[in-house]
Design a protein around this ligand. Structure first.
Ligand SMILES: Cc1cc2nc3c(=O)[nH]c(=O)nc-3n(C[C@H](O)[C@H](O)[C@H](O)COP(=O)(O)O)c2cc1C
Length: 218
């Protein structure tokens, strides 16, 4: 735990003010392997409903593929200019078998018996089998946004720029990245790298509602 909470809070607030949705990246600047490891861990450690992590993080660094993705991203140049383009994809093959495998992982990780996890298994499998495919797709998609938020915040603390992107045509991104055959489907994306020196959006003041408008304190 940090001992000086005030300093940490200020550093995080500074990072959150520093970040913005970058519209132009400097294509010559790449995220270092060590920074990328931190970002990967931020994604991996993201909490999710039941801890089921019903998603894949598809990381595109291949320049040709990034360029191909531009057309599938409403012609937004960030997809090609960035260092790493992350597609958040929801798993499409969520079944009771997924729950079985997850419960086995919990048992192994925490050194407990599968039998002792029966109530948890029952709750999760009840949720999965009681949900329509549409509800499961929406549930899984919602989880991906938590990872997106985590990624943007952690990137900002490392002075890595990013642009969250809902402006994608999921079917086209899926086709280019062959996601359907990988058991997943794209939801949202995030371009990461370093802002171009002439990105005029970098200097714009943040537009946010006031605390009074946003918070209801009870
Ligand atoms: C889920 C999500 C999807 C977004 N999609 C796009 C996008 O496709 N293209 C883009 O340029 N900005 C996109 N944005 C950026 C927002 O417009 C931006 O975050 C918002 O206006 C606040 O500005 P700031 O991030 O610069 O502080 C998206 C943001 C979020 C959170």
């Amino acid at each position: 735990m940090p001992t000086d909470t005030k300093t940490v809070t200020n550093a995080i607030t500074d990072a959150l003010n520093w970040r913005y949705a970058a519209k132009q990246f400097d294509p010559s600047k790449k995220i270092s392997a060590s920074d990328w490891q931190v970002l990967e861990e931020a994604l991996r450690l993201t909490p999710s409903s039941f801890g089921m992590q019903p998603y894949k993080f598809v990381v595109v660094t291949d320049q040709k593929v990034k360029e191909e993705l531009v057309a599938a991203c409403w012609n937004q140049p960030q997809a090609a200019q960035c260092s790493h383009f992350v597609v958040f994809a929801r798993n499409t093959d969520i079944t009771v078998e997924t729950v079985n495998q997850y419960v086995e992982l919990i048992a192994k990780t925490r050194n407990v018996s599968v039998e002792s996890l029966k109530p948890l298994h029952g709750m999760m499998s009840g949720f999965i089998s009681g949900s329509t495919p549409e509800k499961l797709a929406e549930w899984a998609a919602r989880q991906t946004y938590i990872a997106l938020g985590n990624l943007m915040t952690v990137a900002a603390t490392l002075n890595i720029d990013n642009c969250p992107m809902e402006g994608i045509v999921a079917a086209d991104v899926d086709r280019i990245l062959k996601l359907n055959e990988k058991g997943c489907s794209s939801v949202v994306a995030c371009a990461l790298g370093y802002r171009a020196a002439d990105d005029k959006y970098a200097g714009l003041a943040k537009v946010r509602f006031s605390k009074d408008d946003l918070f209801i304190n009870i």
